[in-house]
Design a protein around this ligand. Sequence first.
Ligand SMILES: Nc1ncnc2c1ncn2[C@@H]1O[C@H](COP(=O)(O)OP(=O)(O)OP(=O)(O)O)[C@@H](O)[C@H]1O
Ligand SMILES: O=c1ccn([C@@H]2O[C@H](COP(=O)(O)O)[C@@H](O)[C@H]2O)c(=O)[nH]1
Ligand SMILES: [Mg+2]
Length: 231
Amino acid sequence: MWRRVASVSHLFSHSKSTKFNQGASTFKIWETFTSESEIPTPSKGSLFVTFVLGGPGSGKGTQCAKIVEAFGFTHVSAGDLLRREIASGSAYGSVILSTIREGKIVPSQVTVELIQKEMESSDNYKFLIDGFPRSEENRKAFEKTIGAEPDVVLFFDCPEQEMVKRVLNRNQGRVDDNIDTIKKRLEIFDELNWPVINYYSQRGKLHKINAVGTVDEIFEKVRPIFAPLSK
Ligand SMILES: Nc1ncnc2c1ncn2[C@@H]1O[C@H](COP(=O)(O)OP(=O)(O)OP(=O)(O)O)[C@@H](O)[C@H]1O
Ligand SMILES: O=c1ccn([C@@H]2O[C@H](COP(=O)(O)O)[C@@H](O)[C@H]2O)c(=O)[nH]1
Ligand SMILES: [Mg+2]
């Protein structure tokens, strides 16, 4: 399925064996980008991971749907996986629900396991991981468990006022779409997500997109990032 490019198991000697890092490793060494304008050119069969970051209501899910349509990615929304876990009545459900209500972050172990299962159940090799990692701890847990780093990191940069307006108008019945929880989510975003954004910026993987405008206008800024990919 995924083409092996090189072994990186020595970098993740404590990680669990998974579809992504079995034995001598089934994934490639990730290209490092020296500037923000460089775009990776993946070949079919190599795992290609995009992290999609941005504050609450910045439009991550909306743009992911368009990327899926245009470029054939599999969309893995960490928030959706957690909401699905609550709905399934799992043992973790009540603690996840109270964490989401408080706008806090669910323990990495839970989220990474859900993401891992979702990726492993897909035949695709191109993934959009939406709304994750939300903290440096999340980021490190993903690297350790999945044994991979993102090829591309999108960051939808949106003013707070606009994000609040969008979330309050979303009308999807989410328990966290109320002004009190939004304030907490914004605080947590400021405190914990910026270090992740800075981390990927320093590694030249970050694509910062101004998220103000119509959905189509924003997608026209996203499209060139994936232009080297065929569907
Ligand atoms: N460019 C845009 N202009 C106006 N409204 C938008 C735009 N993009 C998305 N929206 C709307 O804003 C709301 C939030 O968008 P979306 O769910 O995509 O954000 P998100 O970043 O995934 O938020 P969250 O982190 O809370 O899941 C939705 O109702 C969506 O339809
Ligand atoms: O990696 C994650 C993703 C999400 N959460 C919690 O879920 C809500 C909603 O997430 P959205 O991405 O906005 O759908 C978020 O506020 C967190 O409480 C998480 O803990 N970890
Ligand atoms: Mg979303």
